[in-house]
Design a protein around this ligand. Structure first.
Ligand code: ADP
Ligand code: ADP
Length: 237
């Protein structure tokens, strides 16, 4: 479970990106965080895996006080949390499989040195993850030969290969066309349901959020202004 207790985040330029955030998200939920650009959505999810430090309050994830983690503990903690970005963050000049294998290597610089040095078990795990998102047949294709939707699936497979408890997705479909967006959202839904992975997704596309997520958190000017079931949303939030 993820719990925010009186969380506040003020950036160095004095922008209050989050204020008075009190919220609980249970294991296995599919949450869409919606709101205008600059509302604080990205800050909200990036505080969960300590990409950002909060200024006040506490974030507790499965009993772990996230703010108290240090060095190696942060890296261990982050392994349980997958992160998906709008821009996929893949190494485009190499194969799909190598991009997924990278999840087993703590640092990219190290990965560059070890090209090819992975265990059979890791390779099977990576191929299984590619199968889970329906692109096993692309394993040996270079990433820059794939469509945007396929690239986002590679990113998803890379995350799945590390067996996360939680996936954070920051505008994962913002650069995809509507048809591809739906395919990627179908993947997210399947992963959430079949693997009981908690999914917290920033999305500015409200209809898509309502169609796919179970719970909607609306953010405005750093505050939560709506929190409820997607099925109960009756007007624009
Ligand atoms: P959203 O994801 O909803 O677009 P963000 O969380 O990115 O919102 O931003 C919330 C507010 O915090 C905005 O006013 C933004 O300009 C500001 N902000 C975001 N990141 C930083 C940063 N690293 N330094 C300073 N201000 C930031
Ligand atoms: P995203 O696409 O995730 O919303 P942005 O384009 O808003 O990212 O911001 C890109 C980077 O700049 C992020 O690391 C964010 O934290 C930072 N940033 C965003 N707004 C500001 C700001 N007003 N001042 C300084 N840094 C910012």
């Amino acid at each position: 479970m993820i719990e925010f207790i009186d969380v506040e985040k003020t950036y160095a330029n004095n922008v209050k990106a989050l204020q008075n955030i009190n919220i609980k998200i249970d294991k296995g939920e599919f949450v869409a965080v919606i709101g205008l650009s600059g509302a604080g959505k990205s800050t909200f999810i990036r505080c969960i895996n300590r990409m950002h430090d909060i200024t006040q309050g506490e974030i507790i994830v499965d009993g772990i006080q996230v703010g108290a983690l240090k060095g190696e503990q942060i890296r261990t903690y982050r392994k349980r949390i997958g992160m998906i970005f709008q821009s996929f963050n893949l190494v485009t000049r190499t194969t799909v499989l190598k991009n997924v294998l990278v999840s087993f290597v703590p640092e990219l610089s190290l990965w560059r040195k070890v090209t090819g040095l992975f265990t059979k078990e890791q390779k099977i795990k990576a191929l299984t993850a590619l199968d889970q998102v329906g692109i096993l047949d692309k394993a040996y294709v270079r990433v820059d030969q794939l469509s945007g939707g396929q690239q986002q699936r590679v990113a998803l497979a890379r995350t799945l290969a590390q067996n996360p408890d939680i996936i954070l997705a920051d505008e994962p479909i913002a650069s995809l066309d509507p048809v591809t967006s739906k395919q990627v959202m179908d993947d997210f839904r399947r992963i959430n349901q079949d693997m009981n992975i908690s999914l917290i997704m920033n999305i500015h596309h409200v209809e898509m959020a309502l169609e796919y997520a179970e719970r909607i958190i609306g953010v405005r000017e750093g505050q939560i202004v709506y929190d409820g079931k997607a099925s109960e949303v009756t007007e624009e939030v």
